[in-house]
Design a protein around this ligand. Structure first.
Ligand SMILES: NC(=O)c1ccc[n+]([C@@H]2O[C@H](COP(=O)([O-])OP(=O)(O)OC[C@H]3O[C@@H](n4cnc5c(N)ncnc54)[C@H](O)[C@@H]3O)[C@@H](O)[C@H]2O)c1
Length: 353
């Protein structure tokens, strides 16, 4: 049986959905039963081949716990959809650095356990791929975990919006040691950015001239508070640039301003406004609300990028792996149109499986 040995950095809502997803899909064998997954099998690998063998966090309600318990500890608030049996994988305490922003400080309770030697834990547990699910404002900590991956000989997946894979200096360092690097800022399975781009592309291909458009998000996970506090401008720039790439001309675009509404818990509401003109300048507008649960929206894409990174690792591919970055991330080193990214990724999978 193939095995993909993964470490999770940050046992927050995304990790919770990811671990629950691994458990949920573990009972299926037949392709038709994997409802809700984009790729039940990818290059012959199934989600069941992914094994979480190490995890790091800083919150005292998670550190020292089995990951099966830690994923349900506060302030995580993504719904529990399945029982997860104890795994024997205990969450270790990593260094805090800039992990918790001003506002999130009231929600995250820092553990006073001593910090583990992260690179040593990665080596000891034969981790192949480190997945960073740190808060979006944790720039220093994101870089520090990339450094630990290099030290321990692991591939690195940066799901956060912090610039690692799109930074040529980091890409070069992974290239030099012969390890794959992918990122930055994971694309959701049914994400507001993809929906926004698809709508704009459809309208523009039908001859509509888009005049102005915005997309605003509200959510109640700690990450929404983090975004409001520390990464709003960066996220807005990434999403606006990505949405703008769907149009062959310039329009007034704002995408990805986030606000925090605690009672929404892990739900996310996205509001879209599109205004344009069509035949002899006739006006058209779209006013749309799109609701999801945030963390499960990362699950299917995490399954895909982890399996693809394992293929890259096994084929000694090094540095930023463009087909994976462009397919799975909002801020890749090179942005490709959605359909091109799919084609390039499918090509990568068939060449490397
Ligand atoms: N659909 C999605 O949820 C989605 C999609 C794309 C990208 N992302 C990105 O994934 C990341 C995680 O999102 P989330 O909703 O799980 O966030 P979260 O706030 O629920 O989880 C972050 C976790 O990191 C821990 N942490 C903080 N500092 C740490 C440190 N120094 N070392 C180790 N752990 C530390 C926190 O205690 C918390 O458990 C964010 O950067 C987000 O932008 C999420």
């Amino acid at each position: 049986m193939p095995e993909i040995r993964v470490a999770l950095v940050g046992v927050g809502n995304c990790s919770s959905a990811f671990v629950q997803g691994l458990q949920y899909y573990s009972k299926f064998e037949e392709k038709k039963d994997f409802v809700g997954l984009k790729n039940p099998y990818l290059g012959g690998l199934s989600p069941r081949d992914i094994k979480v063998v190490a995890a790091f966090d800083v919150d005292k309600r998670k550190v020292g716990k089995d990951i099966a318990e830690a994923i349900f500890a506060k302030p995580n608030n993504t719904p529990q959809i399945t029982e997860v049996p104890l795994t024997g994988v205990i969450v270790d305490k990593g260094p805090l650095m800039d992990g918790v922003g001003k506002r999130a400080k009231n929600l995250v309770l820092i553990s006073n356990a001593s910090e583990i030697d992260v690179a040593e834990v990665l080596r000891k547990n034969e981790v192949e791929i480190v997945v960073s699910l740190l808060p979006s404002g944790a720039f220093e900590a994101s870089q520090w975990y990339a450094e630990q991956s290099l030290a321990a000989g692991c591939g690195f997946i940066n799901a956060t919006p912090n610039a690692i894979a799109c930074n040529s200096a980091w890409s070069k360092r992974f290239e030099e040691v012969g390890l794959p690097l992918v990122g930055d800022d994971l694309i959701d399975q049914v994400g507001s950015t993809a929906l926004h781009k698809t709508l704009l592309k459809l309208l523009s291909e039908r001859g509509v001239k888009i005049i102005e458009t915005y997309q605003l998000d509200v959510g109640g996970g700690v990450e929404s508070l983090e975004t409001l506090d520390r990464s709003r401008d960066a996220k807005r720039a990434i999403k606006t640039q990505s949405v703008a790439s769907a149009l062959p001309y310039k329009a007034e675009i704002v995408a990805g301003s986030t606000d925090y509404v605690d009672f929404l818990e892990n739900k996310r509401d996205s509001y879209f406004w599109i205004q344009g003109v069509y035949f002899y300048n006739s006006p058209m507008q779209i006013d749309l609300k799109f609701s999801t649960v945030d963390a499960p929206n990362a699950g299917s894409m995490l399954f895909d990028v982890i399996r693809a990174t394992k293929m890259a690792l096994d084929r000694n591919q090094r540095g930023a792996i463009i087909p994976i970055c462009a397919y799975g991330f909002k801020r890749p080193p090179e942005i490709l149109a959605i359909e091109n990214a799919e084609t390039v990724f499918n090509g990568f999978v068939s060449e490397n499986s």
